[in-house]
Structure formats: structure tokens, C-alpha cells
Design a protein around this ligand. Structure first.
Ligand code: SAH
Length: 221
């Protein structure tokens, strides 16, 4: 069988199944030392692949201009690249996490054409400007700093008409009300038992699970 050619033009997806996407995403480097104050928990590869695969099925990713807010090590934005978006901007406040994100993108570089548009912004999410087709984000849930997720939602609403965002399931009503107040509606949601790996010193269990919901928000006409 001929070897599969991976170096294709930017607007062609280079994965052909959700399983393949999950496998590639499982290989990206995770946080070296996760910071509690920034709620650095990486989305697990199965969850990321499930949401992004759905997003792709409803034509939200291919050839679209994406922004990944609080990108961490980049798993969400990198997934959108693998599914054929045209451009990705990664925004991350923590310099070390953004360095890892760049390494992860570089490791996947052979899979993309040289003119694929990727940019990295080391800044607070509140400082981001521009216009995008879709926001992807797994923001801090507000466990360490109250309302941290609200800052992300507020910014996301100003940047794009479509938003994919992860939240603690317990805050679903808040997200729904926030969306309504800002001219958005929740069109889809997916619930997951999120495995939080033992990345922080105070964790006593190897893997703890919390119920998380990923919502798709769409700006109302
Ligand atoms: N999107 C990644 C990381 C999720 S953890 C993933 O899905 O795996 C949340 C990320 O948001 C962390 O990397 C954290 O450093 C970053 N972050 C937290 N507050 C931020 C802010 N105000 N501006 C930019 N990034 C922020």
C-alpha cells in the first residue's frame, strides 16, 4: 500500500476518523508543571476529539479561522488544524504553556503545508482583538478565581459568532443565561466525565472525575 501523504494543503483535513484524531491528540505534550492559580488542566484527547469531530460534522471547522483562548498546550486548536481549518491563533497567558504549545505545533508541522497560518499570542484573554469564525476554549472553571470563565465567555462573544466552550456541568444554567444576555443561544451540548489527572501536588487520587459540559453557542441573527 502506498504511504499516506500527510503534507497536504491547509484546507484539507488530514485525519479521516475520530479515532485517528484522538490518537494524534493523545501524543501531544501535557503541562510540565500545571499551575493551580491558572487552573491548568488539559482536555483529555478522547473528549477533545469527540467535540471537534462533531464540530467538523456540522461544518464549523474546515476552512475556518479559529481562535483557541487559554490554549494551554494547544490540544483544541491543534485538533482544529488536523480537521482542516484555514488558520489558528493560540492565546495563552502562561509563557511556559505557550512554549509547549509551540513545540506541539512544531511536532505536527510535517502534517501541514508551509503556508498554513498559525500565530501565538502570549497575553491575557481580555487583551485579544480581532474577528474570527469560531472560538474553541476550555477556560478556567472559576474554582480558583471566581468568574474566571465569565471573562473568557465575554471575550469569546466579541470575537466570533460561534463558540465551543467547556464548563462545569453545575454551571450550565449560568452559561445559558449568559449566552441569552449576550445575544447567543446554546445549540448543542455534550456532557463528559472529565478525568482530572493528578497534576497538582494537593491531589490525593490519581484520577478524579468531574462532570463537564461542552456547549456550542451561536450568535442570534
Ligand atoms: N485549552 C487547554 C488548556 C485548558 S486549562 C486545554 O483544553 O487543554 C486553561 C488554560 O487557560 C490554562 O493554560 C491557563 O494558563 C490559561 N489561562 C487562564 N487564565 C487565562 C487568562 N486570563 N488569559 C489567558 N490564558 C489564561
Amino acid at each position: 500500500m502506498p504511504e499516506k501523504k500527510l503534507n497536504q494543503t491547509a484546507n484539507h483535513a488530514i485525519v479521516c476518523s475520530k479515532g485517528q484524531l484522538a490518537v494524534i491528540l493523545s501524543q501531544i505534550k501535557g503541562f510540565a508543571e500545571a499551575k493551580v492559580s491558572l487552573e491548568q488542566y488539559q482536555t483529555d484527547s478522547e473528549t477533545a476529539a469527540t467535540v471537534l469531530w462533531h464540530a467538523n460534522m456540522i461544518c464549523d471547522l474546515a476552512n475556518k479561522k479559529i481562535i483557541d483562548l487559554g490554549s494551554g498546550t494547544g490540544i483544541l486548536g491543534l485538533g482544529t488544524m488536523l480537521l482542516g481549518c484555514s488558520e489558528v491563533t493560540f492565546v495563552e497567558k502562561d509563557e511556559n504553556a505557550l512554549k509547549l504549545c509551540k513545540i506541539n505545533a512544531k511536532n505536527l508541522k510535517s502534517e501541514f503545508s508551509d503556508d498554513f497560518l498559525v500565530s501565538f499570542q502570549n497575553k491575557d484573554v481580555s487583551e485579544v482583538l480581532g474577528s474570527f469564525d469560531v472560538v474553541v476554549m476550555n477556560p478556567p472553571f472559576g474554582t480558583h478565581e471566581a468568574h474566571a470563565d465569565r471573562v473568557f465567555l465575554q471575550k469569546a462573544c466579541s470575537l466570533a459568532p460561534i463558540i465551543y466552550s467547556f464548563h462545569k456541568a453545575a454551571t450550565f444554567a449560568f452559561v445559558q443565561a449568559f449566552a441569552k444576555d449576550n445575544g447567543f443561544a446554546i445549540t448543542h451540548n455534550w456532557q463528559f466525565d472529565f478525568p482530572l489527572k493528578q497534576t497538582m501536588k494537593f491531589h490525593t487520587k490519581k484520577i478524579q472525575r468531574i462532570t463537564v459540559v461542552c456547549v456550542r453557542l451561536e450568535r442570534k441573527q
